[in-house]
Design a protein around this ligand. Structure first.
Ligand code: GLU
Length: 327
């Protein structure tokens, strides 16, 4: 097995192109860092990195590539995959919908008729999803999540205790959502345990390359292209990518799908992953966020990559994946 760190990353014209993108947007300082989780407010707003991993395991990266940050909402994608494996598609659909909300990620809303949270990419749906992860107790469930992350990134990962406790002690909205779902019987009584696991999954530390390897794993039918290990059952890749496409970018998801046209997910720590099925995973990290919670530089970089290589899923005119150079 190869580790991500063993991969050849000799400078190529593609990497030079990423370098140009990096320098172009490094001077963009719009946006603010997330501060509603006190520990996140301490991040250096200058940090910026871009990484692309192809479905056959080539790595291209620029910027603060080794900087570790908490994965936050990008975790929702992976945990949804694990819940689908644990519970199956039909059962998951009875508990968590697949409808975009058009509302903020932390809106305290459920579907009027079904009482389900709208989708697994918003907080309510993610908490319900996490509560469905199988295991005989809190430790086994956490270990199953950590092992899932290991398969996706190719090495062990850890929970940042400061971010976890920061969120646990201030996450009143998330606690309110869990109580609302308990009221409607959409989540079982162990809500504190489910919330702890949700806060822990969000507080897992990753770097930009880890995110790109995760995205490339999703692009490669659930097989980590660096280690060759299966991270998620390929049956569920289409479920995961569908909700990323329609719901992954907060209340910008529709405009993102329209303009950029790639299944993606962002998190409030400043990460974005984007998946080009069969080709590559893209990751950008920059903690300055716009008003919806998406990384400002991250959106710009993805927009430019999409336009340059015709990555929009429905762009039959510009689509030009073959022009991505070999390393
Ligand atoms: N842990 C964060 C929360 O629940 C995740 C939010 C996000 O990244 O969108 O508020």
């Amino acid at each position: 097995m190869k580790n991500a760190g063993d991969v050849e990353t000799g400078l190529s014209s593609f990497e030079e192109f990423l370098g140009e993108l990096y320098h172009k947007y490094k001077s963009l300082r719009d946006g603010t860092v997330a501060n509603y989780i006190p520990e996140l407010a301490k991040v250096n707003p200058e940090l910026f990195s871009i990484c692309i991993v192809t479905a056959d395991g080539r790595v291209y990266e620029v910027g603060d590539r080794t900087h570790l940050f908490t994965i936050q909402s990008i975790s929702k994608v992976l945990v949804y995959g694990l819940a689908l494996e644990d519970r199956g598609r039909d059962y998951m659909l009875t508990r968590v919908g697949v409808e975009p909300t058009g509302d903020a990620f932390n809106a305290i809303i459920l579907d009027e008729l079904s009482k389900r949270p709208y989708n697994p990419m918003v907080n309510a749906g993610a908490i319900a999803t996490t509560s469905l992860i199988k295991g005989t107790g809190a430790t086994e469930r956490l270990n199953r999540l950590l092992d899932m992350y290991r398969r996706y990134v190719g090495h062990d990962v850890f929970v940042d205790i400061s971010v976890f406790t920061s969120e646990r002690s201030t996450g009143h909205r998330n606690r309110a959502m869990a109580h609302l779902m308990l009221n409607f019987g959409m989540i079982d009584v162990h809500i504190e345990e489910a919330l702890d696991l949700y806060f822990q999954q969000c507080a897992v530390m990753v770097n930009c390359r880890d995110l790109a390897v995760m995205a490339a794993t999703l692009a490669n039918r659930g097989i980590n292209p660096i280690t060759g290990e299966k991270a998620v059952d390929s049956t569920y890749i289409k479920d995961i990518l569908s909700v990323m496409y329609t719901c992954g970018m907060y209340n910008f998801a529709g405009e993102w799908a329209y303009k950029i046209g790639i299944p993606a997910k962002s998190g409030v720590s400043g990460g974005i992953i984007a998946v080009i099925p069969g080709y590559m995973g893209i990751a950008v990290f920059s903690p300055l966020l716009d008003s919806r919670g998406n990384s400002v530089r991250g959106v710009k970089v993805c927009e430019e990559l999409s336009h340059k290589f015709g990555l929009h899923m429905f762009d039959c005119v510009q689509r030009n994946l073959e022009s991505i150079p070999e390393s």
